[in-house]
Design a protein around this ligand. Structure first.
Ligand code: 5GP
Ligand code: ZN
Length: 134
């Protein structure tokens, strides 16, 4: 069921812009607006579900596709993935690439930190991830 006030439903419908990374019939991936690291991507079902465990469409295959594109884009094997759902009540999985220990996070991704990226940098990152999709 589509939710009239849900911000991610609005993104799905194109009513709010996003830095789009990938789209198919059932899923949409776009950059998180407050990235924990370069390339922080959210993967959402187009249909409104409150929680990831309620999603009926195949999340696994498309998650693999996004993670692999991030690995390729940022030349890393480490894509930190997590589910919170504390803020936006529309199912989403976070994918945050780690590069090395010089990316400002120390040995682990610190989810209390964000990186500042310009509009141009966000556009450039989204394009690079799109180009890495297989
Ligand atoms: P969570 O619900 O998993 O706790 O957090 C929601 C995530 O969605 C946050 O990382 C936040 O930065 C991101 N977010 C919230 N509103 C928007 C938005 O309008 N556009 C984008 N691209 N990301 C958003
Ligand atoms: Zn929604």
């Amino acid at each position: 069921m589509e939710n009239e006030v849900c911000i991610f439903c609005k993104i799905t419908k194109g009513e709010i812009p996003c830095y789009k990374v990938f789209e198919d019939n059932n899923f949409l991936a776009f950059l998180d607006i407050t990235p924990k690291n370069k390339g922080h991507t959210l993967l959402i079902p187009k249909k409104h579900y409150r929680w990831v465990w309620e999603v009926e469409e195949d999340y696994s295959k498309v998650s693999n596709k996004i993670a692999n594109a991030l690995k390729k884009t940022f030349a890393t094997d480490w894509v930190v993935s997590f589910v919170m759902g504390q803020d936006v009540p529309h199912a989403h999985i976070h994918f945050v690439p780690r590069f090395d220990e010089t990316d400002g996070h120390g040995p682990l991704i610190d989810i209390s930190k964000t990186v500042n990226l310009s509009k141009e940098e966000m556009e450039d990152i989204a394009k690079k991830i799109q180009d890495s999709l297989e």
